[in-house]
Design a protein around this ligand. Structure first.
Ligand SMILES: [Zn+2]
Length: 287
């Protein structure tokens, strides 16, 4: 499943390619994504210029001329491919997960520009496109979500106050999108290991110092994952020509049974299920 770093790589690839470009038309091959593609989809895009491609959490935001937007969520298996008209593309995928080449099936939406098109592929169809009329509606759309790890509102005051009197464990909070947006299961385990905090620890028992560690290490882990191109399972170059590779940097995620990577620790990494999700940690290093 694409996480924030993977979505950020898609954003960078797309932004580089379609910023300031004018949309010729859109082709809809299948309306039945997680939300049905509305009938005004074509008129929302046609002859409009793309101002830029932004992102909030795992949502891509296409900024269109005349002040409207289109959100794209990649769901479980969505990928966006950049296909040139004349060149034979070796790699079309704008990120590193799933197929590096345009698959033959499940190409649901095409946004066509002068010399190329972008193609939305999604075998499981949990992803969606959503048209947004104006800036106010865009803000409302994200009302139910907490700040991103990179947001200035994700600070000590916010985190420490949020945790007071809360009974849930810290691992569950890191996955709770109302508390913080965009941290997935892989990154939650890595952030807690780096912060030396046990994933089962009650959030209300965290000291200010521990909260601060969560804040800075969330940024650190995600920035590193973005710079490595995300945690792709496959090793291929995307359309920007960079290779994915954060999976080679995992300290605890899927490392159960292996020796802890902290210097001087002889313990093994353990796996346990917290809120239905696999959680990886070192009992000796994380208190
Ligand atoms: Zn350890």
């Amino acid at each position: 499943m694409p996480e924030l770093p993977e979505v950020e790589i898609v954003r960078q690839s797309l932004n580089k390619k379609i910023k300031q470009k004018k949309v010729k038309k859109v082709i809809i091959r299948n309306r039945n994504l997680r939300f049905k593609i509305p009938f005004n989809f074509n008129s929302h895009f046609q002859n409009k210029r793309i101002i830029k491609v932004g992102r909030f959490s795992k949502y891509l935001i296409i900024y269109l001329s005349q002040g409207s937007y289109c959100l794209i969520h990649l769901g479980m298996s969505g990928t966006i491919h950049i296909v040139e008209n004349k060149k034979i593309n070796k790699f079309t995928n704008s990120s590193f997960y799933n197929s590096p080449f345009l698959p033959k099936k499940h190409n649901h939406i095409e946004i066509v520009f002068d010399n190329f098109k972008i193609v939305y592929n999604d075998p499981r169809r949990f992803g969606f496109f959503q048209l947004i009329k104006n800036n106010l509606d865009l803000k409302k759309r994200f009302n139910h979500l907490g700040p991103e790890p990179f947001d200035k509102n994700f600070n000590l005051e916010y985190v420490y106050n949020y945790f007071s009197k809360k009974k849930k464990d810290i691992k569950s909070f890191l996955l709770d999108q109302k508390f913080i947006s965009g941290i997935g299961n892989i990154y939650a385990s890595e952030i807690l290991f780096l912060s030396k905090i046990n994933p089962s620890k009650k959030a209300s028992l965290l000291s200010k110092n521990e909260c601060q560690k969560i804040i800075s290490n969330s940024k650190k882990i995600l920035l590193k994952a973005i710079s490595k191109g995300g945690s792709s399972i496959r090793d291929f170059k995307n359309t920007l020509g960079i290779k994915g590779g954060f999976q080679n940097e995992f300290k605890v995620y899927q490392q159960d049974g292996k020796k802890c990577k902290n210097l001087g620790c002889t313990d093994l990494i353990k796996k346990k299920i917290i809120s239905n999700r696999s959680t990886f940690f070192c009992d000796s290093c994380q208190k």
